[in-house]
Design a protein around this ligand. Structure first.
Ligand code: NAP
Ligand code: MG
Length: 403
């Protein structure tokens, strides 16, 4: 087979620890033999981030903005222990946070569904994609502990000094207070990212808040979604045969449990935090979960939902065998290659991405898998493979599919 050529480079963000090892293996075994891989490479490994005072992270995000598609390996978010381990000049921010601040947008997480690994919820036949708004609300709150009786107010002073003041509560004794905010700009970009992603993946979009109780705060989310849908997306949704559907959050939760899957569930920040952990654990494993950041102006950054799998890396360093699951990292690559293929009108690149995903799933369905999946599969004839053997087994399946 002749190697597939690419037109525009993919922004490649390398990372840390065990996932950095898998990254290299995936490229060598599953990509480079088949694709004349064009990437603009950024090393987000902590060592190089430290050498560049984290400039490399910013540069990689700007490159993603320029080219439109990036693929990212998991990276270490520094903490006190990492300061010492890597002799860091400072405690750099999470690369994902830095990238998100530059690109803006929404993170979509989708479980990878494979025969033999069944969700705990037996009627979930198709994946449920969770879209979490990643700005504001309780994550940027201000809190006060009221020590005793008194009046609490919510006050807004505009730039001209005009004041709006509402009594929150007249305390008869001690109590607690919380102030939260969000911005129209952020809610609008959240809504647009969700509508674009629904169109892109041809799936219905659900959105839910508690607007019956929160008549201004949550209702603003509902209104902004409705306005953008009506004015910018309705006809495209109708043409694609998909639906936008708004309901109350408690109703959404009840419906999700009874649904078959195959839709996108957009959530406010807190709901998304809580519900994404529920959905991902019910579907099986973090190692089978993809994650893509979609910016409002259409930049896509693909990655795995899990971290750098530190425990396995330390085993690897000691020369011990590891059985680390590379599926989510492979799907980050296929997601990015497929998107590049669509944007650049390279159907053979899209086909290759489809084929590699199929080969990955077929390998597992044939009973060849890593230890984490072997522990939860309902298949009876299972061969547990180490990190490298698993990737080589996928290559074998891929070769047979490409014939
Ligand atoms: P982790 O990498 O998500 O792994 C936690 C545990 O989950 C592993 O020890 C392993 O369990 C299991 N696991 C996760 N992914 C797996 C895979 N692909 N195959 C098999 N098992 C898998 O979290 P961590 O080890 O606590 O964090 C390591 C580093 O990752 C931290 O420095 C953190 O900052 C970073 N992190 C980065 C991102 C990101 O870049 N997006 C996200 C989260 C965390 P067993 O040990 O039981 O096998
Ligand atoms: Mg959480």
């Amino acid at each position: 087979m002749e190697k597939i050529t690419m037109k525009v480079p993919l922004v490649e963000m390398d990372g840390d620890e065990m996932t950095r090892i898998l990254w290299q293996m995936i490229k060598e075994e599953l990509l480079l033999p088949y694709i004349d891989l064009k990437t603009e490479y950024y090393d987000l490994g902590l060592k190089y981030r430290n050498e560049t005072n984290d400039q490399v992270t910013t540069d990689s995000a700007l490159a993603a903005k320029k080219y439109g598609v990036a693929v990212k390996c998991a990276t270490i978010t520094p903490n006190a222990a990492r300061m010492e381990e890597y002799d860091l000049k400072e405690m750099y921010k999470s690369p994902n946070g830095t990238i998100r601040a530059i690109l803006d947008g929404t993170v979509f997480r989708t479980p990878i569904v494979v025969k033999g690994i069944s969700p705990c919820v037996k009627n979930w036949e198709k994946p449920i994609t969770l879209a979490r708004h990643a700005y504001g609300d309780v994550y940027k709150n201000t809190e006060i502990k009221a020590p005793g009786p008194g009046k609490a107010y919510l006050v807004f002073e505009d730039d001209n000094g005009n004041v709006t003041k509402e009594l929150i509560h007249e305390f008869k004794g001690a109590g607690i207070l919380q102030g939260m905010h969000n911005t129209e700009k952020s809610i609008r970009s959240f809504a647009k990212s969700c509508f674009n992603f629904a169109l892109d993946t041809k799936q219905d979009l659900w959105f839910a808040t508690k607007d019956t109780i929160s008549k201004k705060y949550d209702h603003t989310f509902k209104d902004i979604f409705a306005e953008i849908y009506e004015t910018e997306y309705k006809s495209a949704f109708e043409a694609a045969g998909i639906e936008y559907f708004y309901t109350l959050i408690d109703d959404a939760v009840a419906r999700v449990m009874k649904a078959k899957g195959g839709f996108i569930w957009a959530c406010k920040n807190y709901d998304g935090d809580v519900m994404s952990d529920m959905v991902s654990s019910a579907f099986g494993s973090l190692a089978m979960m993809t994650s893509v950041l979609v910016s409002p102006d259409g930049v896509y950054e693909y990655e795995a939902a899990h971290g750098t799998v530190q425990r396995h890396y330390y085993k690897h360093l000691k020369g011990e065998e590891t059985s680390t699951n590379s599926v989510a990292t492979i799907f980050a690559w296929t997601g990015a290659l497929r998107k590049r293929g669509e944007l650049d009108e390279l159907p053979e690149l899209v086909r290759f991405a489809d084929c590699l995903e199929k080969a990955t799933l077929q390998t597992i369905e044939n009973g060849k898998m890593t230890k984490d999946l072997a522990l939860i599969t309902s298949l009876t004839e299972v061969t547990v493979l180490n990190s490298q053997e698993f990737i080589r087994a996928i290559r074998e399946t891929l070769e047979s599919l490409l014939k």
